[in-house]
Write a protein that binds this ligand. Structure first.
Ligand code: SF4
Length: 290
């Protein structure tokens, strides 16, 4: 099997066998995201996917975890996805779970019964970038959904029995929008009550000036490390989650922490507070994003 590069997967899917159901992202408009800007979106033909699955069922017959790429493979028509997942189930007898990236627009389009049918074929974890709960920011970054639409789609997935892994992007609102970004994001995450929650820190690289210009007309400034940590504090202090694995271990973050929310909330807040007083606890700039 040959992959069409670049190929991305969540860090937690490092052990999964990846099949590319699509190339690129069907939405591909989020202002901060350059992952698939160089790829023309397409759903790969059934014959090509079938060939990959059969080939890999001989090469790696003991596979237990599968990840479906690229960017938002959940956007593929349900019939096509069911066909792909049926063959994966048939060919990998030890299969435990299938995971997939999902965009808010995909979840708007899928019905509850479609999601349940996918769940019946071992679809388990959806990776969903919420990014922010602030509606003005969602509009500016071209996320393609309002906060209420994101909540409705995410709750529908949970009602279908799927597990949700969600992402909030620190720094997205810049210095000036930091507080409202943190508070509105906590409100949306609370309404969803996901199984997993990760914070990443916005790193724009060559897209910085484009982002600044399009988002804020030149007035945008990324928060520095201390302001980013304060934003994380504002966000976490408002979280009220029943049982969620929370983490900031991603290489983009200044302070890697993890725990279970709500049980570990006070410990996590205490760690943030310690770091706010002592810069030495933070990941140095050169080590971020490696
Ligand atoms: S939906 Fe995801 S992959 Fe697609 S452009 Fe937005 S952030 Fe990037």
């Amino acid at each position: 099997m040959r992959y069409d590069m670049p190929l991305y997967r969540p860090p937690s899917e490092a052990d999964a066998l990846i099949f590319q159901v699509t190339l690129g992202c069907s939405w591909n408009q989020c202002l901060f995201c350059g992952m698939y800007k160089g790829k023309r979106y397409q759903v790969r033909p059934w014959e090509a996917i079938e060939k990959d699955i059969i080939e890999m069922s001989y090469a790696q017959p003991l596979t237990t975890r599968v990840f479906l790429a690229d960017g938002d493979a959940l956007g593929v028509k349900t019939d096509h996805l069911l066909k792909v997942m049926t063959l994966i189930n048939e060919r990998f007898k030890r299969l435990e779970r299938i995971s997939i990236y999902a965009g808010p627009t995909n979840l708007k389009e899928k019905t509850l019964s479609e999601l349940k049918a996918l769940k019946d074929l071992k679809l388990d974890i959806l990776y969903l970038g919420i990014e922010t709960g602030n509606d003005e920011l969602l509009r500016r970054i071209h996320k393609g959904a309002t906060s209420q639409e994101i909540i409705a789609g995410a709750r529908k997935a949970i009602d279908a029995g799927l597990r949700l892994s969600t992402i909030i992007l620190l720094g997205l609102g810049g210095e000036h929008g930091s507080f409202t970004h943190a508070k509105d994001s906590a409100e949306v995450v609370n309404a969803i009550d996901p199984h997993f929650l990760a914070c990443l820190t916005l790193m724009l690289g060559p897209y910085q000036s484009l982002y600044e210009e399009k988002l804020m007309g030149g007035g945008f400034k990324l928060p520095d490390k201390r302001q980013t940590l304060q934003e994380l504090r504002w966000f976490v202090e408002d979280l009220s989650l029943s049982d969620c694995r929370f983490g900031t271990e991603h290489a983009s973050n200044y302070l890697p922490i993890g725990g279970q929310l709500g049980a570990d909330k006070e410990r996590i807040l205490a760690m943030i507070d310690r770091a706010l007083k002592d810069d030495r606890l933070l990941r140095p700039e050169w080590a971020r994003g490696l």
